[in-house]
Design a protein around this ligand. Structure first.
Ligand SMILES: CC(C)(COP(=O)(O)OP(=O)(O)OC[C@H]1O[C@@H](n2cnc3c(N)ncnc32)[C@H](O)[C@@H]1OP(=O)(O)O)[C@@H](O)C(=O)NCCC(=O)NCCS
Length: 162
């Protein structure tokens, strides 16, 4: 089956929620512990945030999305991103494909930086982001609790401004 990368639309909200919830259940990627619904994803589209999906056939297996980093206008070009791959699609290049589309779109919009935070134990995410040219800046120690335990997070950035 043919692979694809495309901009997502509100019709994809259900599948995006499903993929996010798998990452959340795996406790590898977020401090959130409450599953998200399609209704919580839908505003991403209404608010104009970029969301790209990668997959095979007609099935999305990964998505990458970016959101404002701060509300102050000076930070308009800095966006926080997230990338999630469905369990069955991990390690097959879908995360990379979705991220490449997101980065290309961010450049086109005139944004200059993508940032995020990663759990230190998330070697797949650290490997993916390093290979895409992200820099690990440092570690926020004991940033928040997940399941009652303090967890560190590594801050990453990629600058592509001119
Ligand atoms: C982390 C995640 C996004 C990576 O996406 P992926 O589609 O599995 O990764 P890809 O197949 O595109 O791999 C791209 C690169 O990432 C790195 N990578 C991927 N999996 C890896 C692993 N298990 N260990 C180390 N590096 C890894 C490699 O550098 C790889 O390059 P290569 O193909 O030349 O070896 C995905 O596994 C995932 O969604 N996990 C659960 C949720 C999550 O952790 N999200 C990130 C939140 S910050």
């Amino acid at each position: 089956m043919a692979r694809f990368v495309r901009a997502c639309s509100p019709e994809d909200a259900e599948r995006i929620a499903e993929i996010y919830n798998q990452g959340m259940e795996d406790r590898s990627a977020t401090f959130e512990t409450e599953p998200r619904s399609a209704q919580q994803i839908a505003p991403w589209f209404a608010q104009g945030h970029p969301v790209f999906g990668a997959g095979e056939g007609d099935r999305i297996l990964a998505y990458a999305a970016a959101f404002p980093y701060r509300t102050r206008p000076c930070y308009d070009g800095v966006r926080e991103f997230s990338v999630y791959v469905a369990r069955e699609g991990r390690g097959q290049g879908y995360g990379r494909a979705a991220m490449e589309a997101l980065i290309a779109d961010a450049r086109k919009r005139g944004w200059w930086k993508l940032v995020s935070r990663i759990f230190p134990e998330n070697h797949a995410s650290r490997g993916l982001l390093k290979s895409l040219g992200f820099r690990e800046i440092g570690t926020y120690e004991k940033h928040a609790k997940l399941d009652g335990e303090w967890r560190d997070v590594i801050i990453v950035e990629k600058f592509f401004g001119s």
